[in-house]
Design a protein around this ligand. Structure first.
Ligand code: DGY
Length: 325
């Protein structure tokens, strides 16, 4: 019998063809909205699931008694309860590596956009308000030579450090679970406590995953440690930050600006106070959103699922304990 796959992320024709060679595929469009009922109806037949951006919780997965593998088109796995997967013996895979450089590019885009007030000043031109040479009211701050603080020195943190150190001559400081001597040697980076990074860095960039440990990590107390010139960048997950505390810190000029690609709730409410602040650059969770990278992620996810359903160990297995069993 052929494997049945429920797909809720659109694939390019080439990848769809590749998947259909190996399995019967049911495609569900808009699983967050109109597609939810169709997703629920398809799950009872599924051996494999491939998609991203929705919470696949027990309520949904209990509908899928034959499920062997879920392949997420993302590096983040916060939409999945890994303990549940382990209990049920379901393999979970993700797509690390292929998005590292692109996501770091997004981080740097936010660093430059906030420091140099790119969006605000471009809007000035667009709205016909550029009527004389810019004065100090519209000046930004330098990026080159400033201290880059990275919280979470994983792959994306390293790619950010590389850009800062080699491209912009920035001293790099970082905080992670433990010091990373190879990173320190490569980027002349200094390990600090979390508080140390918050107090010292000009740019404070979050690149860590959302876990029970990191949820709400940055709140009122942490914003209180930052300097009034600090710029806060979040390309990890919105829930790592207490958004209310961030808004208060921005409104009270406790920090200079924020570049945010992720939010507590996505899509961001158009009425969010964040969108009324000129010193906020808000982007729509576009960290990995380039043609090349999204195709590479989808390809990685397809190959992960094909391997898992064929009984081979997938390249990017999140829960190897299930494999060992
Ligand atoms: C990821 O891959 O985790 C990105 O944030 C997209 O969700």
């Amino acid at each position: 019998m052929r494997n049945q796959v429920v797909l809720y992320k659109k694939l390019s024709p080439a990848l769809m063809h590749r998947l259909q060679e190996q399995a019967d595929v049911t495609f569900i469009d808009e699983p967050n909205r109109d597609g939810l009922a169709r997703l629920r109806a398809a799950l009872p037949h599924a051996h494999g699931v491939l998609g991203a951006s929705i919470k696949l919780d027990a309520d949904l997965l209990d509908l899928a008694p034959h499920l062997k593998a879920v392949s997420s088109v993302s590096v983040g796995i916060d939409n999945y309860d890994v303990e549940y997967f382990n209990r049920r013996g379901i393999l979970l895979t993700n797509t690390p590596d292929v998005l590292t450089e692109t996501t770091a590019d997004t981080g740097f885009a936010l660093i430059l956009a906030t420091a140099r007030r790119v969006v605000e000043l471009a809007n000035l031109v667009r709205s016909g308000q550029w009527t004389s040479n810019l004065g100090p009211d519209h000046f930004g701050s330098d990026v080159h030579g400033k201290t880059l603080g990275i919280i979470g020195m994983g792959r994306i943190g390293e790619a950010l450090a590389q850009r800062g150190h080699f491209g912009f001559g920035m001293p790099v400081i970082y905080h992670s679970h433990s010091p990373k001597p190879a990173v320190e040697a490569r980027f002349n980076a200094g390990y600090r406590s979390l508080e140390g990074v918050l107090k010292e860095a000009d740019f404070i960039c979050l690149t860590l995953p959302l876990t029970a440990e990191t949820e709400g990590l940055i709140g009122t107390e942490q914003f209180g440690l930052m300097r009034s010139q600090s710029i806060f960048i979040n390309i990890s997950r919105g829930k790592v930050v207490n958004e209310k505390a961030l808004i208060t810190a921005l409104q009270n000029n406790q920090i200079r600006a924020a570049g945010l690609d992720v939010f507590e709730r996505e899509p961001l409410d158009p009425d969010s106070p964040l969108l009324r602040l000129n010193n906020v650059v808000a982007t729509p969770h576009m960290g990995s959103a380039t043609h090349e990278t999204r195709e590479a992620m989808a390809q990685c996810a397809v190959e992960n699922l094909i391997s898992a359903l064929a009984g081979d160990r997938p390249a990017n297995l999140v829960n190897p304990e299930v494999w060992r069993k």
